[in-house]
Design a binder for this molecule. Sequence first.
Ligand SMILES: [Zn+2]
Ligand SMILES: [Zn+2]
Ligand SMILES: [Zn+2]
Ligand SMILES: [Zn+2]
Length: 224
Amino acid sequence: MVEPRLPQSKSFLKILGIPYWGNNSSLPITQAQVESVIVNTPIFEGVVLASCPRIMKASPSSNMSVIWIDIWDSQKGSKGKTLINRSFNFGRHTATVWGTAMHPGVAQCRNCWCWGHPTHACHAQGAKCQKCGGPYRVENHKSMAWCCKANPKSNPPREATAVGAPCPHTFKCLNCKDDHSADDTKCPFWRHRFDRQWHSNKAAELHTGRISNSNIQRLRVGNF
Ligand SMILES: [Zn+2]
Ligand SMILES: [Zn+2]
Ligand SMILES: [Zn+2]
Ligand SMILES: [Zn+2]
């Protein structure tokens, strides 16, 4: 007799309280480590992950992670419900499982700093500086960016930024055009990173903006 297959759904959970950085290493905790935690921790007995765990920093300055997992569950989500609010030990840390109705946040590419695709899927040619948008990594901003170079011809003449001093100049955010870096947590794109609807509205807005700009351009070209 064939066992009737139970209808399945996914439950979305997040785990808080696990450090972002792996043991004694400068590398973040890996998906394989998270998977082995789930296999070896009794509260997760019988839990089957529906996709790879996703590991994010709790915030850019935090050493802690948010780990998003989705698990196969019954239609009622009963397995997920029994896990919510359960704690378990992770080394000397206590991790806690939280329920979440959300999918993991919208990805920000750490190569071109656009939202909506992960770094490994970036089609941009080379990296962009998240501070000024220049074609180099931010580590090279001071040596490459025009703003920090001496320019006696500018009015008033500009002096080079002192060696060892950070670049004091501000640029418009690549995404929201406000005065901060593209990876700043003040950025509304960052603050809405878990709000897919906000991001898709924003993307549509930017897209129509671009189209109407190019229409205006075409109109101008046509008039001359
Ligand atoms: Zn990109
Ligand atoms: Zn720069
Ligand atoms: Zn500068
Ligand atoms: Zn911004």
